[in-house]
Ligand binder design. Structure first.
Ligand SMILES: [Zn+2]
Length: 542
């Protein structure tokens, strides 16, 4: 009997050894969620400890800081490269494509942060080393550092209750960091642009989020950078080739069905007839990237899944994006280079002749078929009103209008350039923060073009991101104007001309007027006479 018992114990021990593989990594690389049955997410210190540990395990990683938060926390960026590089100049010289992936911009959406660390382990120490053949990968796992550590229960009310506590959405300065792509006001955004976007100029930017909206049934949904005011080809490639191809591979290799990002509205009835993406404004970092002629991907895990499932879907999406980018690195680099070239060519050929959109509306793009969602039934609630109740039944609906196209509802002539009077130092500073080339006039100079006459202006009654958005009403007039030595010329014949146009056009729905850069000028007592002239002049001839 004892012998049988001993044999049985030995047998069970063997099975257990086989089933529970030894960790392939040292203890310091096992993540906080993995150690806590997915009840906890990593703190800023946990992430820093992880990065310090992985640096001792691999010679293909270098970590730098893109900035220091309000509360003094470094925002780490890990460079993964084979052979190792440490500077943007080395990346450029390598001829490889640079991909930048960031997690935790909204610190209640924690899975991107964990999934980045999972993927770092596999690239540096596991079976994904080949991803560095044609890529330099920059990972910022914990972008919104301060907010990450302000952990509490219930900060994501409609998210599955795992982990038990998460960080908060806003930065410690009170900004939504994903509405800061034009004004570049937050400490984190300034660090991102100064130390990552401008020097490294990534071909692809991936922003990792988790949506707690509509109960569709996709474990992850995605959106590209919307092309409304930017070059078409990077959008076309990412939306019609890269993302569908990645989704197909994810389905074949991982049995997960990813879909396009959006929400339906139950007030329109059931089953859904429309599915709406978010909007085109370049205040969203992913859209801002489109105006830089680069590709960008919004990744939204499904908040209603459990934490470990959200980590898994985010990890798989990121891994397959990198697989695709590694295989197609040269094509991607060619497309972004062509977009730079065609931006400049368009200005040289068409300035003064064509119009470009300054305000946009959402419109249908295509139809979604076999759309998977949790089903709803209509019934009376206790007060006798009709209500939709969500069921746990998964259904597929077809013929749903996907609203993901942006049509211009207001436009303005494409100039050869703009003149910014020297006293508008806030505007000049913003242009430089974006990496826009400017030139200080060495002599007084006369320019011919259009000036915008302001009939009236209004400020929004409700504050958004600490701003009461400004709107100008007026019209353009042909004009010849003299500017002084020291004023600033912004020549549009540069790769960022689409961004310049969106920032400086007076009627732009997300430009510097909107974000109150001209409020002081507009409200000066001497400026009460009407019409006022918008101080930025657009010229057509160099
Ligand atoms: Zn988010």
């Amino acid at each position: 009997m004892a012998k049988i018992k001993f044999t049985l114990i030995l047998f069970l021990a063997l099975i257990q050894t086989r089933l529970c593989a030894q960790s392939p990594w040292p203890n310091g690389l096992i993540l906080t969620p993995e150690r806590s049955q997915f009840q906890k997410t990593s703190t800023h210190k946990d992430v820093i400890d992880f990065l310090n540990e992985i640096k001792t395990q691999s010679d293909k990683v270098f970590v730098f800081s893109m900035g220091t938060s309000l509360e003094g926390k470094e925002i780490p960026v890990a460079i993964l490269a084979n052979p190792l590089i440490k500077t943007a100049a080395q990346a450029k010289a390598s001829g490889k494509a640079v991909v930048y992936v960031q997690g935790n911009i909204h610190a209640g959406e924690v899975e991107g942060k964990e999934a980045i660390m999972m993927l770092m382990r596999d690239i540096l120490l596991g079976d994904k080393k080949h991803l560095l053949d044609n890529l330099i990968v920059l990972f910022a796992p914990i972008y919104n550092t301060d907010a990450n550590d302000k952990m509490a229960k219930g900060l994501r009310p409609s998210q599955e209750d795992s982990p038990i506590e998460t960080g908060q959405r806003e930065s410690s300065e009170g900004f939504d960091l994903n509405r800061d792509g034009m004004k570049l006001e937050a400490i984190e955004t300034r660090g991102l642009f100064e130390n990552v976007i401008l020097p490294w100029d990534p071909q692809i930017f991936v922003d990792l989020h988790t949506t707690n909206g509509t109960w569709h049934a996709y474990p992850l949904t995605w959106a590209p950078s919307y092309h409304s005011a930017g070059e078409y080809e990077p959008f076309e490639y990412s939306y019609y080739k890269m993302l569908p191809s990645i989704s197909r591979i994810v389905f074949e290799n991982h049995q997960l069905q990813f879909g396009v990002y959006g929400d339906y509205n139950l007030e329109e009835g059931w089953p859904p007839k429309n599915f709406y993406t978010y909007n085109h404004h370049p205040r969203y970092l992913v859209n801002q990237f489109g105006l830089r002629n680069r590709m960008a991907i919004l990744s939204e895990a499904f908040a209603h899944n459990r934490f470990y499932e959200r980590m898994n879907s985010t990890y798989i999406f990121m891994a397959e994006i990198l697989e695709f980018a590694n295989k197609n690195a040269h094509e991607i680099m060619d497309i972004t280079q062509r977009a730079d070239d065609s931006t400049i060519a368009n200005v040289l050929k068409n300035s003064g002749k064509i119009k470009k959109g300054t305000q946009y509306k959402l419109a249908p793009l295509n139809q979604l078929n076999d759309f998977i969602t949790y089903d709803y039934i209509k019934a009376l609630d206790s007060t006798g009103n009709q209500k939709y109740y969500r069921t746990s039944k998964l259904v597929k609906y077809s013929g749903i209008e996907y609203h993901a196209k942006f049509e211009s509802i207001r436009s303005s002539t494409l100039p050869r350039g703009y003149i910014v009077p020297a006293e508008f130092t806030n505007v000049i500073k913003n242009l430089k923060q974006h990496g826009i080339q400017i030139e200080v006039l060495k002599n007084n100079q006369v320019f011919e073009g259009e000036s915008f006459e302001i009939d009236s202006f209004t400020n929004a009654k409700t504050s958004f991101q600490k701003h009461n958005a400004c709107t100008l009403n007026g019209h353009f007039n042909p004009a010849i104007k003299k500017f002084k030595k020291g004023d600033v010329r912004v020549d549009m014949a540069q790769p960022l001309s689409n961004l310049i146009f969106y920032l400086l056009e007076p009627e732009s729905d997300d430009g510097l007027v909107h974000w109150n850069y001209f409020d002081t000028y507009l409200t000066q007592p001497w400026n009460k006479k009407k019409p006022m002239t918008y101080p930025i002049f657009k010229y057509f001839e160099k």
